[in-house]
Design a protein around this ligand. Structure first.
Ligand SMILES: Cc1cc2nc3c(=O)[nH]c(=O)nc-3n(C[C@H](O)[C@H](O)[C@H](O)COP(=O)(O)OP(=O)(O)OC[C@H]3O[C@@H](n4cnc5c(N)ncnc54)[C@H](O)[C@@H]3O)c2cc1C
Length: 571
C-alpha cells in the first residue's frame, strides 16, 4: 500500500483528452498524475488518423471561417437536442486550445478536408487540422516503444508507417504510387539505429504524430504517467466532493489523492458488451469496434454513475463500417478492418438483407452507420449489410482487409477466406445464393446502379454528387467517380458490420467539463473529457477530427477550470 500520495490533478486515461488535460494542468502550475490501465499509453488516439476538427482555427489555410458560419453548419447537422453552452464552449475554446498546443511546441497544420455534410449551409473544407510526422525517438528510447502503436493494417505491408498523403497515394494508386511505396520502405531499412531499439518505425504519423508530439511536451513538464494502473473507484469525501481514485496495479490496490480535481478521460464503453446492450437500440458486438480491444470498457463511466453522475447521448456511436478477417500470424484471432472509403467506390453497391440500398454509400462513415441503424430499426434487415462489387473494383480497391489484386492476387488470398469471409461467384445470381440475398431484388438494384453509372446521377441517394463523396471516388470512373457499372465477373460480396471508432455518449458534463449529477448539478472535483463524456454534437459527426477536436478541447477546459477554482493558476 502506497500512502499519502497526493497530486493536484489526477487524470484517468492517457488518450488525447487525458494528455491535453495533463499538459495544460502542468502548465498552469499543478502537479499531475496520469493513470493508464493498459501496458501502453496513448489510447485509441495514438492509433487514429490524428485529425482534429477545429472550426475557425485561424491557422494558415483557414480561408475565412467564422463563429457564425460554424454555428450555421452545426445547427444544420445536429439532429438532437444538445447543451447549447457546451457546444458554444467547444466552438469558442477549440481554437484557443489549438494555439496553446502549437505554442507548447507541437507543430499543427490545416488539412483540406471537406466537412462531412458538404452541401449543408456553412460547410467548409478547411476545418480539419493534423500534426505532421513526428520523430518518435524524441520521446527517448525508454518511452518511444511504449506508446500505443498504429494497427499494422494502417501501415504499408503491416510494417512501414505512412502519413495521410502517402496513404491516399497508395490507396488510390495515383501517379507515382510505386515511388512513394519505395521511399516509405527505404526510409525504414536505412534507419539501422532505430531497429536496434525496436522494430517500430521511428516515423510517428497520423494519431501517433499527434500523441507523440503532445507527450513530448507532457513529459517535459514532469507529469508522471503510470501504466497498468486502472481506476477502480472514485473516492468521495463527506461533502460529496471527489478527492481521489482507488486504483489497481498488478493485483494490488491503493488510493491516490487529488487535491483539486479528477479528470475522467478513460474513453468510451465500446468494449463493454453489457453497456452496449443497455444503451444501444440495435444489436452490435464489442468485436465490431475498431478501437484497441484492451482499453475502453466504460469503467470510469460506471465509477462515476456509482457516485450519482448522469449520462447523455449514450445511444450513439462514432460509427464506422467494419469487416472481419482472420489475423495473420495469430491463431484463433480475428482482426477488424475499417471499410469507410471502400463502400463508396465505383463498381460496387451496398444492400441490406432485402437486397435494397439504404444510403449514399460514399457518405461520411458515421452517416453510413446512422443509416444502418435507421434501416435496421425500420426493416430488421441490416446489421450486417453487404458490399457487392465486381472484378474491376477488386483489381483496384480494398474491401476492408481484402487488398486489391495488384497487392493480393486471387491465388494469394488464403483458401479458407473464400466463401467464409469473402464470397465470390461468376454471376450475381450465384453470389446471392451463397450469401442468402434475394436474387431478384439484388439484380434490380445492380441494374439501377448500372443505369446511374451511365447517367452519372443517383436519383435515390445522390451518391458521388458532392465534394466529400468525390474525394474518395475514382476520377477514372466517369461521369460519376463513385458509381461504375457492376458488370464484370467474378462478383464478390463481403458483410459489413456497424463498427465504431468509439462511443459518442458518456457522462453528462457542463460547458466547463464538470460532470453533472441526476439533477444537473456539478459533482465537485469531477471532470470528464473525450469519449468518457457525452459529445457536444449529440448525434452528429460534423467533420474529420470531430472526436479528437472536442476531446482535447474539453481536456483543456477541464484543466483551466480546475486551476481557476483552486486559485492555483500560474499563467
Ligand atoms: C483507426 C482509427 C482512426 C481514427 N481517426 C480519427 C481521427 O483522425 N480523428 C478523430 O477525431 N477521431 C478519430 N478516431 C476516433 C478517435 O481515435 C477516438 O474517438 C479518440 O481517440 C478518443 O479519445 P479519448 O481520449 O477519449 O480516448 P482514448 O484515446 O481511447 O484514451 C482512453 C484511455 O483510457 C484508458 N482507460 C480506459 N479505462 C481505464 C481505467 N479504468 N483506468 C485507467 N485508464 C483507463 C484506455 O486504456 C485508453 O488508453 C479514430 C479511431 C480509430 C480506431
Amino acid at each position: 500500500m502506497i500512502e499519502n500520495e497526493t497530486f493536484d490533478v489526477v487524470v484517468v486515461g492517457s488518450g488525447a483528452a487525458g494528455a491535453m488535460a495533463a499538459l495544460r494542468a502542468a502548465d498552469l502550475g499543478m502537479t499531475v498524475l496520469i493513470l493508464e490501465k493498459a501496458h501502453k499509453f496513448g489510447g485509441t488516439s495514438a492509433t487514429s488518423g490524428g485529425v482534429m476538427w477545429i472550426p475557425n482555427h485561424q491557422l494558415e489555410g483557414d480561408k475565412g471561417d467564422s463563429r457564425e458560419s460554424t454555428f450555421t453548419y452545426l445547427d444544420s447537422v445536429i439532429g438532437k437536442e444538445v447543451n447549447r453552452e457546451r457546444l458554444e464552449a467547444f466552438v469558442d475554446e477549440s481554437p484557443k486550445m489549438l494555439h496553446y498546443l502549437k505554442n507548447t511546441g507541437v507543430e499543427v497544420m490545416a488539412a483540406a478536408w471537406p466537412d462531412y455534410f458538404p452541401d449543408n449551409p456553412g460547410a467548409r473544407a478547411d476545418r480539419s487540422v493534423i500534426v505532421p510526422t513526428f520523430d518518435g525517438r524524441e520521446l527517448g528510447d525508454d518511452r518511444y516503444a511504449l506508446m500505443r502503436e498504429q494497427y499494422n493494417r494502417f501501415k504499408l505491408f503491416g510494417r512501414y508507417a505512412m502519413d495521410l498523403t502517402e496513404t491516399f497515394a497508395l490507396m488510390m494508386q495515383s501517379k507515382g504510387w510505386r515511388t512513394v511505396a519505395g521511399k516509405v520502405i527505404g526510409r525504414y531499412w536505412l534507419d539501422r539505429g532505430t531497429r536496434r531499439v525496436s522494430h517500430r518505425d521511428r516515423r510517428f504519423t497520423q494519431g501517433a504524430a499527434l500523441m507523440g508530439a503532445t507527450y513530448k511536451q507532457v513529459f517535459a513538464r514532469g507529469v508522471e504517467l503510470r501504466l497498468e494502473t486502472k481506476l477502480e473507484r472514485l473516492v468521495v469525501d463527506e461533502s460529496g466532493r471527489v478527492t481521489g481514485a482507488e486504483v489497481s496495479n498488478f493485483g494490488r490496490s491503493y488510493e491516490v489523492h487529488a487535491r483539486h480535481g479528477v479528470v475522467l478521460a478513460a474513453g468510451g464503453f465500446e468494449w463493454n458488451q453489457e453497456l452496449r446492450d443497455r444503451f444501444y437500440p440495435i444489436p452490435g458486438l464489442t468485436r465490431h469496434s475498431s478501437t484497441p480491444e484492451d482499453a475502453n470498457r466504460g469503467e470510469a463511466l460506471i465509477a462515476a454513475e456509482k457516485i450519482g453522475a448522469s449520462t447523455e447521448h449514450t445511444e450513439q456511436g462514432w460509427w464506422m463500417p467494419t469487416m472481419t478477417l482472420p489475423m495473420k500470424g495469430a491463431s484463433n484471432f480475428h482482426e477488424i478492418h475499417q471499410s469507410a472509403f471502400d463502400v463508396g467506390r465505383p463498381w460496387s453497391v451496398v444492400v441490406n438483407r432485402n437486397g435494397v440500398r439504404f444510403v449514399d454509400e460514399a457518405c461520411g462513415y458515421d452517416q453510413f452507420g446512422q443509416a444502418m441503424v435507421r434501416d435496421h430499426l425500420a426493416t430488421g434487415a441490416n446489421m450486417p449489410c453487404w458490399l457487392i462489387f465486381d472484378a474491376k473494383f477488386r483489381r483496384k480497391f480494398s474491401a476492408g482487409g481484402l487488398m486489391p489484386t495488384v497487392h493480393t492476387p486471387e491465388k494469394k488470398v488464403p483458401k479458407d477466406w473464400w466463401d467464409h469471409y469473402v464470397f465470390r461467384a461468376d454471376t450475381i445470381e450465384e453470389l446471392c445464393r451463397k450469401v442468402h440475398l434475394p436474387v431478384d431484388a439484388v439484380q434490380q438494384t445492380v441494374a439501377k446502379m448500372n443505369d446511374y453509372a451511365r447517367t452519372g446521377i443517383d436519383p435515390e441517394f445522390g451518391r458521388g454528387m458532392n465534394a466529400y463523396d468525390q474525394m474518395f471516388g475514382d476520377p477514372v470512373s466517369t461521369p460519376n467517380p463513385n458509381i461504375g457499372p457492376i458488370d464484370t465477373a467474378p462478383y464478390y460480396a463481403v458483410p459489413i458490420n456497424n463498427g465504431d471508432l468509439g462511443t459518442k455518449g458518456g457522462l453528462r458534463c457542463d460547458a466547463r467539463a464538470r460532470v453533472l449529477d441526476g439533477e444537473g448539478r456539478p459533482i465537485a472535483g469531477l471532470y470528464s473529457a473525450g469519449n468518457n463524456a457525452g459529445t457536444p454534437f449529440g448525434d452528429a459527426y460534423p467533420g474529420a477530427g470531430a472526436t479528437i477536436g472536442p476531446a482535447m478541447t474539453f481536456g483543456y477546459i477541464a484543466a483551466n477550470d480546475i486551476a481557476e477554482r483552486s486559485g492555483n493558476l500560474r499563467g
